[in-house]
Structures are given as structure tokens and as C-alpha cells.
Write a protein that binds this ligand. Structure first.
Ligand code: SF4
Length: 346
């Protein structure tokens, strides 16, 4: 067991992270988002998706015209209201739904589809200001690409944070740390831009969320471990894990039809998630173990299994293997010299 970690009984873990934070996870073997929300806000907080008419530098020719090979035309905004609706109206309609259905009281505005910091700066300011107007909004979550993180936009967000007392979190698509795979999937950026973006975001004390796909066909378990290590070393606050879904008509869909790659089995995906969690800093909150994927027009999504069943299987596997998030988190802060410090203590 690593020196920075203590386990007091099989299902009840106290995490003591490298950052000195201590938390008890109850019955969970990983740092679940629901537990984090309960600790931080005392209740569930709902994300209200906001869909902006937009594009992405990886599609409009600034970086590339093709986009990521798995991206469909909706730019990963398949759960959103139409982008022709105003920001205020989308927030109102989504909020009404969550209040009626779940008695929700606290909300984040969630700019989800495409790359939401990739627009004219004036328009960006107007969109954020519109979301910040709503009295029930306690935070703004913005999904974007690492190469769309710029100091001027971040400074504006910092002013909004200070003036309105809002949480700001920035979701960054990384998908993998493997340079060769990033090229293969035509991400149009590498790990370098991701590191730069995380450091700039952290510099403003915003929270960072890293999106990762653990079953990219060109990655293996070494890449999965490295993803966990890079997120931990950079101190990202949250991770969201997805499995790769294959939409018909995309570059990836065409490659799938031609039989150019294979998707790993569900058992192997579960093993990769477990491995990822073992190497992940226990203080990093896991927002998602598997994505939901869009409906229809698909070649492949989640092994035709519901996301919550996969989530449950991952949790069962963690218990069966008697393992947990951070079990192998012993590699940072000069692990090789730790033995000298132990001698010092004696
Ligand atoms: S960065 Fe996002 S919106 Fe842009 S091409 Fe890739 S998946 Fe699509």
C-alpha cells in the first residue's frame, strides 16, 4: 500500500491525497462525482446543457477540415436543445425540467457541444453573461479543445467568477496521451497543448475536467496508465471516461466498415478502467466511467449494453479484485528518493 494512502476496511476507504486532502468514500472504491457534490454542496447539482451555433477549428479549416475521425455533425451535442434558441431560453427550459423531475435547486450552465471558447470574443462574453444572469446558476462549465484556451477569454471568465461568485470549470478533450493515436484520430493537437491549457486554467483557480477515451483501437494498457499518470501529475480536478462510439458516415465509421480496426471486448474495457483508476490520484473526482453515446445511426456503442450496467460491472470488478482508485498512485514527488527520507525518520 502506498505511503500516502490508507485503507481502513474493505469497502470503506479514506483517501489521503498527495495534496493533503482527506476524504472518506463510503461504499465506493473510487472518488465518485455524486459523493463529491454531496460533500461540496450538500445536494445534487444539475448541469443544464446550452447548445450554441458553432463549429470547431478542427472542422472549419483553421486546424483541419475533417474533424476528429469519430465526430458526427452535431459536435457531441446530441442531448441539447436546438442551437437556434437563446442561451436564456435553453437554461429556462432545461431548468424547468430538472426542477419538475428531480426537485433540482442548484445548477451549472453547461456549454457542451462543439468548442465553446472558439468564437468571437464579444459573442463569448455575451453568452457567458447571459448564463451568469440566472439566479439559480452556481457555476459555468465550458467544454472545449485544448487549443482554444486563451488568456483573454480566461481573464474574462475570472472576472465573472469574482463578480458573481460562480464556479468555473473547463472541460478539455484530450482522449489519449498517445501522440501517434492523437494523429490517427485527427485531433489536431497533441499532449503539449493539453498541458498548456490545464496550466492556464489552473492559474485562474478554475476547475479542470479531462475527457478520455480508454478504448481507442490504437491504444494499449500502457497508454491507459500514462493517461492516469499525466492527469494526476497535472492535478486535473475531474476526469470523464468514455468508450468509443462509432457513428455511421464518419471517417471512423467508414474505417469500421472496411474492417480497418477492432474494438476491444467489454471485459477488456472494464479492465482498462480499473487499471486507470488504480493509477489515478485518489483526490481526482471521477465524473463518468462510461459515456452514454448518441441514439441511432450507429455502428457501435457500448457493446449494446446500457451505460449503467457497464458502470455497475466496473464497480463489481473493483470489489472482486479488492482494488481501488489510487492503489498504484505512488509514482510522483520523486518516488525513487522516498527510501532516503524513511531512513532519515528512523
Ligand atoms: S474537437 Fe470536438 S467538435 Fe471538434 S472535431 Fe473533434 S469531436 Fe468534433
Amino acid at each position: 500500500m502506498p505511503a500516502n494512502f490508507s485503507k481502513i476496511k474493505t469497502n470503506n476507504i479514506i483517501f489521503v491525497s498527495d495534496r493533503g486532502e482527506e476524504m472518506e468514500s463510503g461504499q465506493s472504491r473510487y472518488n465518485e462525482y455524486s459523493g463529491f457534490l454531496q460533500r461540496k454542496y450538500g445536494e445534487k447539482v444539475y448541469k443544464l446543457p446550452v447548445n450554441l451555433p458553432g463549429t470547431c477549428p478542427n472542422r472549419d479549416g483553421t486546424v483541419s477540415t475533417g474533424g476528429c475521425i469519430f465526430c458526427d455533425e452535431e459536435g457531441a451535442g446530441f442531448e441539447c436543445l436546438p442551437s437556434s434558441m437563446s442561451v436564456n431560453r435553453q437554461i429556462e427550459e432545461n431548468k424547468a425540467f430538472f426542477i419538475k423531475r428531480f426537485n433540482g435547486k442548484k445548477f451549472f450552465a453547461y456549454f457542451q457541444a462543439f468548442s465553446n471558447t472558439y468564437c468571437d470574443f464579444k459573442l463569448f462574453q455575451e453568452n457567458i453573461a447571459a448564463a451568469a444572469e440566472d439566479k439559480d446558476i452556481i457555476g459555468i462549465s465550458i467544454s472545449t479543445r485544448p487549443d482554444c484556451i486563451n488568456d483573454t477569454y480566461l481573464d474574462f471568465l475570472h472576472r465573472v467568477k469574482m463578480e458573481r461568485g460562480l464556479e468555473i470549470n473547463i472541460e478539455l478533450g484530450l482522449q489519449t496521451v498517445n501522440y501517434h493515436t492523437l494523429r490517427k484520430i485527427n485531433r489536431g493537437h497533441t499532449l503539449g497543448e493539453f498541458i498548456d491549457a490545464v496550466l492556464r486554467v489552473k492559474n485562474r483557480t478554475f476547475e479542470t475536467v479531462a475527457h478520455l477515451i480508454l478504448n481507442l483501437p490504437w491504444d494499449d494498457e500502457t497508454d491507459v496508465v500514462e493517461c492516469a499518470k499525466v492527469c494526476s501529475a497535472l492535478g486535473v480536478d475531474f476526469v470523464k471516461l468514455h468508450s468509443l462510439y462509432i457513428v455511421k458516415g464518419t471517417v471512423l465509421g467508414d474505417m469500421y466498415e472496411r474492417g480497418e480496426f477492432e474494438i476491444i471486448s467489454l471485459d477488456d474495457y472494464i479492465s482498462r478502467v480499473v487499471l486507470f483508476l488504480e493509477y489515478l490520484d485518489p483526490s481526482i473526482v471521477v465524473q463518468r466511467l462510461v459515456g452514454k453515446g448518441p441514439q441511432g445511426n450507429l455502428h457501435f456503442c457500448n457493446w449494446s449494453t446500457s451505460w449503467w450496467l457497464i458502470k455497475r460491472q466496473i464497480e463489481t470488478t473493483l470489489a472482486e479484485r479488492d482494488t481501488w482508485q489510487g492503489r498504484k498512485f505512488d509514482y510522483i514527488n520523486g518516488a525513487a528518493v522516498r527510501k532516503f527520507l524513511k531512513q532519515e525518520e528512523q
